[in-house]
Write a new protein. Structure first.
Ligand code: ADP
Length: 671
């Protein structure tokens, strides 16, 4: 639905995708037709950039100084609703308006005319007819699908599709996706980047008989250009993408699905800091369409919104077909007599042996890449620390090359030296703690005949390698998988019947208000990988805190109890969703200067009823990429306009240019 092209005015205001809040005046040369939202090429400082016609008011400066627009893109103008969404997002996230616009213009090549004449594509799969589903839904699934489809005609709504792993949530929401597409609308399915795998895409392709348009960060510029244009011109019916797909120029969007809605990976931490799920809900509200939030272990935020009547909920309580939920067993690691080099309990090894003998697969889960998180010298105690971040260097031992050390926060990498850099001792290094590579080594000791594969973002060097590995697992060529969160979600391995969680306590000491929730979700999710087909599954969870509320909830499969307690805890502590948070992270090269400025800012912090400012405190990641970091935290009642408060506060005393202030509204990470 394009906007009507009005008589072109002589002057317009153009917003450019740069860190600025204002649009600038430009002249419209005779003969150029310019409408609101049009993408236009303009001189900007020393650059020539594509911007968007933001308003059409009379110019405020001397008209003789106004430069002309150079050209207008043939792509459909940015719709009014999208411009309002961008403006709202800038206000909400407190990011410059131009930076929010930049999210929508991430492929300038899509907006610009083609340099070379391109062959028109004839195999436009996305315009092909939609295949009929061959799936016969169960009664429960059919009811759920009907309720979701019922939302399609009713404007804005949020529905939480809450169903246990393997209950057919995807199958169910695809019914509504199909219906929206049959009505000639466009649909966006968002996935956390990590789940956007070939396996998932193949499933969509099988279901609808055409390949959806893909959108994620590691695509080639040419693919992104084609995708952007196909979306803008409504040729693309279905887009499956990572969070940045929210900013694609849909012209007739009818439905947004946020799969794995609880995933923290939806949070964008750099540049414009935003939460993909929350921005999806906002976009649906602007577009007046439904949004489905899908999860087997929803976020506390979404559960509370359901309780408050703001969101609808649709439950799926049974696994599809004969598949049973795995039985959960907690292994008390305090009773195990393990030395510092070994990490698998007898109980787990026993189960792995039985699984292996039956010709079934085991998955061992540890959310830590590499071989060991810390390497030290036994002679002098020297520890390898990252030179550009407050963290240890993680040891990696690739099978076909020399061991190396890597900082997992900055990527800084060095070879493991032969001798200790401090005392010169040789062969004195000790690896402390496990990563997936070390677990795989122990597995091979125990099961020398088994085919073992390590799945982590660094061992799966490309999407192709990952796809091949998934294929081998599906085909039963792998006996034991050792993996990070890369394997925790989204995959369906029919032969996998045992999941072992190596360290259920990892992540609980992260000083993060959602640590328990995230750990629960991850363990619940990874356990759900077991027994998804005919064969029954089992999960073994190794912990040093077997009597904690979380372990009890996991072993009794009592999710509701866990969430009741967790929600109560948040309420008592006046933490989100019962309050709102904003973090201010000050950083700079000079530790003393940053600390002084952070203290000064705290000293002039606003004081009043319903909000308080805590800090400054050195960030847990005190130094990152050579910058020293201090954090301040605003806690406010939900009715307080936090952004206004912060804007007025920061305006009182601008920071020196050597100190950067990052604002994180609704922070997920407290590092
Ligand atoms: P979830 O998204 O809840 O984890 P899925 O939608 O992935 O569940 O379903 C789990 C498995 O069961 C998938 O292989 C799916 O194709 C299959 N499945 C679910 N419902 C049906 C159905 N009604 N008919 C056939 N297969 C189904």
């Amino acid at each position: 639905m394009q906007e009507e092209i009005k008589q072109s005015p002589s002057f317009v205001q153009v917003l450019v995708p740069r860190a600025l809040d204002t649009a600038f005046d430009y002249a419209v040369p005779d003969g150029l037709n310019v409408s609101p939202g049009a993408y236009v090429l303009v001189p900007f400082g020393r650059e020539i950039v594509w911007g968007v016609v933001w308003s059409m008011d009379a110019p405020e400066i001397d008209v003789h100084k106004i430069k002309p627009i150079q050209s207008v893109s043939i792509q459909p103008p940015m719709r009014d609703v999208m411009r309002r969404y961008v403006a709202w997002m800038a206000e909400y996230t407190m990011a410059p308006l131009g930076n929010c616009l930049a999210l929508c213009m991430s492929v300038p090549k899509a907006i610009a005319p083609d340099e070379r004449k391109r062959k028109p594509k004839t195999d436009d799969a996305h315009t092909t007819a939609i295949a009929e589903s061959s799936v016969q839904l169960s009664d429960e699934q059919a009811d759920a699908a009907q309720r979701l489809c019922g939302q399609l005609e009713d404007g804005f709504s949020v529905t939480l599709l809450d169903g246990i792993t393997g209950s057919g949530k995807t199958e169910v929401y695809l019914e509504a996706v199909e219906q929206a597409m049959r009505a000639d609308g466009q649909v966006l399915v968002l996935l956390p980047e990590i789940v956007l795998t070939a396996q998932f895409i193949a499933r969509f392709t099988r279901r609808f008989g055409f390949e959806p348009i893909l959108w994620h960060s590691s695509q080639t510029p040419a693919k992104r250009r084609d995708a952007w244009r196909a979306v803008a011109n409504a040729e693309a019916k279905l887009v499956v993408g990572a969070r940045s797909a929210l900013f694609l120029p849909f012209s007739d969007l009818r439905l947004i699905v946020v799969d794995e809605e609880h995933e923290t990976a939806y949070k964008q931490e750099d540049g414009v800091v935003y939460h993909g799920r929350d921005m999806a809900v906002a976009r649906a509200q602007f577009e007046e369409i439904p949004v489905f939030l899908v999860s087997a272990s929803p976020s506390v935020e979404s559960i509370v919104n359901v309780q408050a009547g703001k969101y609808d909920v649709v439950h799926l309580s049974a696994r599809y077909g004969h598949a049973q939920l795995p039985t959960m067993r907690v292994v008390d690691m305090r009773l195990e007599d393990l030395d510092a080099q070994h990490f698998l309990s007898d109980a787990l090894k026993q189960k792995m042996a039985e699984t292996y003998t039956r010709g079934e697969q085991s998955l061992l889960f540890l959310n830590r890449r590499g071989y060991a998180p810390l390497t030290l010298c036994r002679k002098c105690g020297y520890r390898f620390e990252s030179p550009d971040a407050s963290s240890w260097m993680v040891l990696h031992t690739p099978p076909h090359s020399a061991p190396y050390l890597q900082c997992h926060h900055t990527g800084y990498t060095m070879n493991l030296p032969d001798a200790c850099p401090e005392c010169g001792a040789e062969e004195s290094f000790a690896a402390c703690g496990p990563g997936v590579e070390r677990i795989a080594e122990e597995v091979k000791e125990c099961f020398p005949e088994a085919n073992v594969v390590v799945m982590a973002s660094d061992t799966m060097s490309s999407p192709k390698v990952a796809a091949e590995t998934y294929h081998q697992i599906e085909a039963g060529e792998v006996d034991i998988i050792v993996g990070t969160q890369m394997v925790a979600k989204g995959h369906h391995f029919p032969l996998l019947t045992l999941v072992g969680v190596i360290d259920a306590d990892l992540g609980l000491d992260a000083g993060d208000l959602r640590a328990a929730e995230k750990t629960y979700q991850l363990i619940h999710q990874v356990s759900g990988r077991a027994g998804r087909a005919e064969k029954a599954g089992q999960a073994m969870i190794q912990t040093y805190y077997p009597e904690s509320g979380m372990m009890t909830a996991l072993s009794n499969d009592d999710r509701d109890q866990f969430f009741i307690e967790e929600i109560e805890r948040r309420k008592r502590a006046h933490m989100p969703p019962y309050s709102r948070l904003a973090a201010l992270i000050l950083s700079g090269k000079n530790d003393g200067v940053v600390k002084r400025e952070a203290k000064r800012l705290a000293s002039i912090a606003p004081k009043g009823k319903g909000y308080q400012v805590l800090g400054p405190a050195p960030a847990p990641m005190h130094m990152l990429r050579g910058n020293y970091r201090y954090r301040l935290l605003v806690i406010a009642d939900r009715n307080i306009h936090m952004q206004k408060l912060i804007t007025e506060w920061l305006a009182v005393y601008p920071l020196p240019s050597s100190v950067r202030c990052k604002i994180d509204i609704d922070p997920q990470s407290f590092m």
